[in-house]
Design a protein around this ligand. Structure first.
Ligand SMILES: Cc1cc2nc3c(=O)[nH]c(=O)nc-3n(C[C@H](O)[C@H](O)[C@H](O)COP(=O)(O)OP(=O)(O)OC[C@H]3O[C@@H](n4cnc5c(N)ncnc54)[C@H](O)[C@@H]3O)c2cc1C
Length: 444
């Protein structure tokens, strides 16, 4: 029996592609995944009784099938560890894993590490966004994919970005179309303003097919896609949620729904990750959306590229595929999409909750006595110290601090601060940790 050569964290497209590629070069891996299945954000499967098939564009389906086949073929060299959460690196360089099946923390010290922990959703604060019934669009999509059932009752989707379109089409195809999609940006008008560069970056056949698939579902279910609209506030009423929306022209509208799904884009999930380094004795590579949010196909290419970097760092010769070209094309597409879905900054009102973990409102933020640093704000306002570890509040806190003349990067609230545990861990699991013991599951 041999110990796994490489620790791969995250079993999404990037992590799966990485383990398959490593296996093709004769390397073994320990694949750590917090959930109980592979697939990540996009390819996760039903776990409940739901029976309908998720609407998915043909090019995603083809790449998923090829990826799963490569993963299956690699299985003799992959040791998967499910329900296990990477919680940080200790001061001696051990990678700590909260093995929730065994109820204890374990550690591994592999030759190399590929971190492929995906993305986090960006959601801008609005008045009432903390109320029950308000979720993120990604959260609603995950629930829908895993249970196979749409949420019951009227749904409104709002915010900005292509994920809103995808989710609206998936809900419509499954029989519960949203009342409307309120898109803050003006993507259709922007195609004309931004002109040829955007058009060229987006005209690849898979993207056109995907856009047509979603547009067809929305048209069939008569779902209005309203651009230039944003949610101003949310209130609880007897029959659900009252949503007040406003158009950039000043027009206002009200909706009454059971569920509001908000989404304002995706950001790399960098919170507390060890930095990338490529040396023979210490090799850590970031791959997929946690390196750069480029979508599922690019995540597969990036996972393979990360594996090839590891193979080279470990001293093997490895002639790489032309993966850089595919990743550069994905970067062009994402830049064009970002231009289409560009929105004006939103200023939270006095009553808006800024930090959901502590329930701190904008009015309370304005009264915080701070002279000038992110560190001070963390201590006084407890930003980045709750369960979200700054994933939700860092950008807003940085923008509000800027208004008061205090300038710092949002990463000063979340990403830069190396600490463990990154996620809540039970005292019993910590107490059961024996650092002299190697994790048995790390052995292939
Ligand atoms: C909610 C959501 C919906 C999306 N929908 C679409 C879509 O419809 N179409 C599209 O093209 N793209 C979509 N995307 C983007 C697409 O999913 C990603 O580009 C792609 O999945 C990235 O692959 P990845 O492997 O980098 O990350 P992911 O697929 O996110 O995989 C990361 C994996 O790491 C695991 N993980 C995270 N942290 C830890 C930890 N600490 N310990 C152990 N495991 C951990 C996660 O459980 C996950 O399985 C969506 C993204 C999100 C977040």
């Amino acid at each position: 029996m041999t110990r796994a050569d490489v620790l791969v964290i995250g079993a999404g497209p990037a992590g799966l592609a990485a383990v398959a590629e490593l296996a093709s070069w004769g390397l073994t891996s320990l694949l750590v995944e917090q959930r109980d299945q592979v697939g990540g954000a996009i390819y996760r499967r039903h776990v409940g009784d739901g029976s309908h098939v998720l609407l998915m564009p043909e090019h995603h389906r083809r790449r998923r099938d090829a990826l799963m086949q490569a993963y299956t073929q690699a299985q003799a060299r992959v040791s998967p560890l499910f329900s296990s959460v990477f919680i940080g690196v200790d001061r001696d360089g051990r990678f700590l894993i909260d093995n929730r099946s065994l109820g204890r923390v374990q550690s591994v010290r592999p030759k190399a590490v590929i971190v492929a922990v995906g993305t986090v959703e960006r959601v801008l604060p609005r008045e009432g966004w903390e109320l029950p019934g308000v979720v993120t669009a990604g959260g609603m999509q995950v629930q829908f994919k895993e249970t196979g059932q749409t949420p019951q009752g009227k749904i409104l989707l709002a915010g900005s970005g292509p994920l809103l379109l995808a989710l609206a089409a998936q809900l419509a195809a499954a029989g519960n179309p949203p009342l409307a999609v309120l898109e803050h940006a003006q993507p259709l008008a922007a195609v004309w303003w931004q002109g040829r560069a955007v058009f060229n970056a987006l005209r690849s056949w898979p993207h056109v097919q995907e856009a047509m698939l979603y547009a067809r579902e929305l048209w069939r279910a008569r779902v209005p896609y309203l651009t230039g609209w944003q949610v101003q506030s949310v209130q609880t009423v007897a029959d659900g949620l009252r949503i007040n929306a406003r158009h950039s022209s000043g027009l206002t509208r009200q909706y009454t729904v059971k569920h509001l799904a908000l989404h304002d884009g995706l950001l790399p999930n960098t919170t507390g990750l060890p930095g990338a380094v490529q040396r023979t004795d210490n090799c850590i590579v970031h791959a997929g959306d946690c390196r750069e949010v480029l979508g599922a196909s690019a995540a597969i290419d990036d996972g393979r590229r990360a594996a090839q970097q590891v193979v080279r760092a470990l001293g093997q010769r490895c002639d790489s595929d032309p993966l850089d070209r595919a990743i550069t094309a994905a970067q062009r597409t994402q830049t064009a999409l970002a231009r289409l879905f560009q929105t004006a900054p939103v200023t939270p009102t006095a009553n808006t909750v800024v930090c959901r973990c502590e329930g701190l409102r904008r009015s309370a933020f304005d009264q915080l006595q701070v002279a000038g640093s992110a560190h001070e704000l963390r201590l006084v306002g407890r930003f980045g110290m709750g369960a979200c570890q700054g994933r939700f509040c860092a950008h807003t806190v940085s923008a509000l601090a800027h208004e008061r003349g205090i300038d710092f990067d949002p990463a000063a609230i979340n990403g830069n601060v190396l600490r463990w545990p990154l996620r809540p861990v039970s005292l019993a699991a910590l107490a059961a940790y024996d650092e002299s013991e190697s994790a048995p599951e790390a052995v292939l």
